[in-house]
Design a protein around this ligand. Sequence first.
Ligand SMILES: *Cc1c(COP(=O)(O)O)cnc(C)c1O
Length: 358
Amino acid sequence: MIDLRSNDYLGLKDHPEVRAAAIAAVGRYGVGAAANRSAATRTGLTEQLEKRLAVFKGAPAALTFQSGYVANIGALPALLSIDDLVLHDELCHNSTLDGIRLSGATARTFAHRDADDLERRLHEIFEQPSEAPKRYRSVVVATDGVFGSTGEIAPLPALCAVAERYEALVVVDDAHATGVLGPTGRGTIEHFGLTGRVHLQVGTLSKAFGSFGGFVVGRRQLCEDLAATSRPLLHSTTLPAAILAASLAAIEIVEREPHRREQLWVNTHRLRNGLQRLGFDTGTSETPIIPVHFDDLDTMRRFVDDAGAAGLLLHPIPGTWGERPKIRIIASARLDTRDLDAAIATLDRIGRDLAVVL
Ligand SMILES: *Cc1c(COP(=O)(O)O)cnc(C)c1O
């Protein structure tokens, strides 16, 4: 089977050093962490990983969570309350939306990737930018760095500029960009050269790092406050040693083996160009996430079934709010040229069978 669904961008899930690190940690520390973050046996791995993540992200400090989803629903309610206002991109990941909801903050959307619309919305709420910090304890602008369903990159420089006029904090969920975007894979902030202008970044260890778990990076005091108050860190068991050790090994490999990221982008261009040449509608993706749009749900479902029968695993997204249904392909560095060309040939054949392409 050729798997075009996996978030394992760099092929680290199966890397021998990542496996070995996990196995060695089980041998030394056992399987479960058996307690929450503050009560878990001191292995030093959590602190090591958080230091490593902070350095990797070019931020003062990092804090691990049990997953990327938990990082959002744990961090946002610990930081925000009914005294705060959040403006978020309408296509933000559901974990961000759930985190905002749990916080009780006033939430408003702005049009997808539209900094002008963000500015208009802020202008509707505040006559003068200087009113923002008086009417709310804090104003927050939240966006994904890379949007998981479209493969688009957020217009972060423009969003930061608007946020700064209103003294708003910027929160970026960079789950799909970490290890992928930027000259050294640090993510969207490195891609745009915005170091120091984003207040909180959320990330996951389960995509490009091929491991499991989530994290946030930001100011040291912010991370310390979150560690003391975020409910999933207080009331739920922390990450096991095997996962911490595997994540440490994975970060090291991301830094040491840049050819994996280069391969990811080579694969991305080969797959996207191949699909576009055949006439598939790949939308406006700028990253290794390649959506393929369909006119109707039935055709999309048949396409996914036929591809599965032909050995090609695809991720269907039915489409909500009148959006067209689509499949989401990720051009992982794990795939070699033979896989990619075989995948393109199969997609071509099924696409013509179902009259998706001519
Ligand atoms: C995948 C993803 C998450 C969730 O990460 P997990 O570690 O799988 O829970 C959160 N936010 C975004 C934007 C994601 O793409």
